[in-house]
Design a protein around this ligand. Structure first.
Ligand SMILES: *Cc1c(COP(=O)(O)O)cnc(C)c1O
Length: 388
């Protein structure tokens, strides 16, 4: 196949024989729903992050964000501050509970702006949800200080940031009330669909475990595996159906063992892009600022400068014409009709997001990419943006 015909998917999954064998083993075991593999996945995930943590496996990060806020008692009349630069899931879960997201601007790294956050706090504010966009860690110290000053809970949307470190601490092992990871197909490790909530608070973990399975006090595996009346259980709340299956958890356990190596492979592709694009009319993605930060490199978000020979939309179209997938992360929340109309948001309230939105493009970044695919992205981007 010539380079011209080599497709470069935007988010190539990195699934090998070990993942396939693990899923097959789970299926042959006869345990198809949440069982011993999901329990082991939770233990191993908490161990990976270090610290004395509870990890609760779920069928999505969206479910995790929902249950974390639910367990914190957030409901009608409450406000939760979220950045405009995120996926709609971060804000929608606040609405699930009848509370209101307060959508604030971001800084030039596309991370939640702490000044805007502070300015948005009212007597109704209960929590803030930072997003470690693209895998770039939000600075924990300043955010934690702000939250503590105002008595707010912090629920981190860590859908992009496994594995990452903020000031030396693993994202997930800090002192936030809850941290939520995504194992969606395009994320840094995957179970197809899946997510994990991590918390140091045993009461919060207990509530999340109960609510992930119908508000039942004991899950099926617990009833099956502990002696006594296996059929007996109590419904203590109108819960949800958010549990992760064992075949999915089996895939996740293998991905977890490979997570460090996959992150390093993405980091080296990002470094290759940085070097290859340094002389183009672009701004390279921000790097982690503090020496003991670790960027997960989930996304490589390039920004086209005004002097670039083509605009962002044309650039993405041209990439697509030669088989290279590219995307935009994200269309800011204030630009979506539901959020804009429900909360009367206008573009003028989000000057930093507005400045960056027309310029951003996410290039393919995955440990599943071959050298030839990365070479093709480099050569094509250089040609389209006038590199010599
Ligand atoms: C993907 C994503 C989510 C949702 O993850 P799911 O596992 O698909 O529910 C939430 N927030 C951000 C920033 C995401 O990118």
């Amino acid at each position: 196949m010539s380079e011209k015909d080599l497709p470069v998917p935007f988010a190539a999954p990195d699934i090998g024989d070990a993942e396939i064998d693990a899923v097959v083993e789970a299926m042959r075991s006869g345990w198809l729903t949440t069982g011993p593999r999901a329990a082991a996945f939770e233990t191993e995930f908490a161990e990976f992050l270090g610290g004395d943590l509870h990890a609760v496996a779920l069928n999505s990060a969206t479910a995790g964000l929902h249950l974390a806020l639910e367990a914190l008692g957030i409901g009608p009349g409450d406000e939760v501050i979220v950045p405009t630069w995120t996926f709609t899931a971060t804000a929608e879960v606040v609405r699930y509970l009848g509370a209101d997201p307060v959508i604030v601007d971001v800084d030039d790294d596309l991370l939640i702006d702490l000044e805007a956050t502070e300015a948005a706090i009212t007597p109704r504010t209960r929590a803030v949800m930072p997003v470690h966009l693209a895998g770039m860690p939000v600075e924990r110290g300043a955010l934690a200080a702000l939250a503590e000053r105002h008595g707010l809970a912090v629920v981190e949307d860590a859908a992009h940031s496994f594995p990452a470190r903020s000031s030396g601490t693993m994202v997930g092992a800090g002192a936030s009330e809850a941290v939520v990871f995504s194992f969606y197909a395009t994320k840094t490790m995957t179970t197809g669909e899946g997510g994990m909530v991590v918390t140091a608070d045993p009461e919060l973990a207990r509530r999340i475990r109960t609510m992930r399975l119908h508000g039942i006090s004991r899950d099926v595996f617990d009833r099956y595996s502990t002696p006594g009346a296996g059929w007996a259980y109590d419904v203590v709340a109108p819960g949800y159906k958010y549990n992760l299956t064992d075949p999915a958890a089996a895939m996740g356990r293998v991905q977890l063992r490979r997570a460090g190596a996959m992150r390093d492979a993405r980091a080296s592709i990002a470094a290759r892009y940085d070097e290859a694009f340094a002389d183009l009319p672009v701004d390279l993605p921000p790097h982690a600022h503090r020496p003991d930060d670790v960027h997960a490199w989930h996304l490589y978000v390039l920004r086209l400068r005004p002097e670039a020979p083509i605009d962002r939309d044309t650039f993405i179209t041209r990439l697509g014409e030669v088989g290279i997938g590219a995307s935009v992360h994200f269309i800011p929340l204030h630009r979506h009709p539901y959020w804009a109309q429900t909360y009367g948001l206008s573009d003028a309230d989000y000057p930093t997001a507005e400045r960056h939105f027309p310029t951003v493009v996410s290039l393919p970044l995955s440990s599943g990419l071959s050298q030839a695919q990365v070479d093709k992205v480099v050569a094509t981007v250089r040609t389209l943006l006038g590199g010599r």
